[in-house]
Design a protein around this ligand. Structure first.
Ligand SMILES: O=C(O)CCC(=O)C(=O)O
Length: 278
């Protein structure tokens, strides 16, 4: 990451890296997504292919299999898709934020089809990660095709990463996909910025940054691939349940005793990473 990109990340809580991936690099991920959605490829262990809520409830009858699926969650056991989370060019940027010891803590493909609501309310991803410091956690989100506002691009609230983790709840909408919680009292934030992106463009964002996305009003697809990363030295917050169904995996460097992959290990000789003062 260049010093300018790092400065942007610290100031705004996100940075867009243009064209981090080439079309040739993304083609296998798109083909794999298509194969999974069409049932031509069996999901690998732990992977979840999620239908959109409007399809699941029978409100929308999809014409094609691609019109039915909202997300493919937890692809880290898939030999093709995991090459995204392991890509050296991506990890070089991630390392600048979380440090050398990098774990992948969540990965997914997002397939926002036309014809469904598909909105994601403004939220903070730290809600899903009971550990910190937040400055050593980062999301990467890569556009797999042109993603305009009409296609339901990501929206972010610059600088909101300097706030606290807010309470979240289900938005008061008719159809909300499972797990799409919204930060209470945020709504369509007046300071939001719409991140229109070209294929391969990748946004890295802080887990306290308020972000969400709108409907896909186009007739095309809106596909993206995303992984959250954390320093292996992150520690669970006091009282956090460390026994759950974690699918965290070291990607680079080493695991840290007492950290997120070894929460019950003997207290480390090295301290947890300092939160960034930026
Ligand atoms: O891609 C989207 O529409 C939103 C993704 C997102 O914010 C998330 O899953 O946390």
């Amino acid at each position: 990451m260049t010093p300018e990109q790092h400065a942007t990340y610290r100031k705004s809580g996100y940075v867009v890296i243009p064209k981090l991936f080439t079309p040739a690099e993304m083609k296998p991920w798109l083909e794999r997504l298509s194969g999974l959605i069409r049932g031509e490829i069996a999901p690998s262990e732990g992977m979840l292919v999620m239908r959109d809520v409007m399809v699941a409830k029978g409100v929308v009858q999809p014409e094609r299999p691609e019109d039915a699926i909202a997300k493919v969650q937890d692809f880290d056991s898939d030999p093709v898709l995991r090459t995204y989370s392991e890509h050296p060019r991506l990890l070089a940027h991630v390392e600048g934020i979380v440090g050398e010891d990098i774990a992948a803590i969540h990965c997914m493909l997002i397939n926002k089809p036309p014809g469904v609501d598909g909105r994601h309310p403004f939220h903070q991803d730290l809600l899903y990660f009971p550990f910190g410091p937040a400055s050593r956690i980062v999301a990467s989100w890569t556009a797999l095709e042109p993603i305009s506002r009409e296609r339901g691009c990501l929206s972010v609230v610059p600088g909101s990463h300097r706030g606290e983790l807010l309470p979240h709840k289900n938005p008061d909408w008719d159809y909300v996909n499972g797990g799409y919680f919204g930060a209470v009292g945020v709504g369509a934030h007046p300071d939001r910025v719409h991140l229109e992106m070209d294929p391969g463009d990748t946004v890295l964002f802080h887990p306290i940054l308020l972000h969400g996305s709108g409907r896909n009003l186009s007739k095309g697809y809106r596909r993206a691939i995303s992984t959250h990363f954390a320093s292996s030295a992150c520690r669970y917050r006091d009282g956090a349940d460390t026994s759950g169904n974690r699918r965290y995996r070291m990607i680079r460097g080493r695991s840290t005793p007492g950290g997120i992959l070894e929460p019950d290990a003997e207290a480390p000789t090295e301290p947890a990473p300092e939160p960034s003062t930026d």
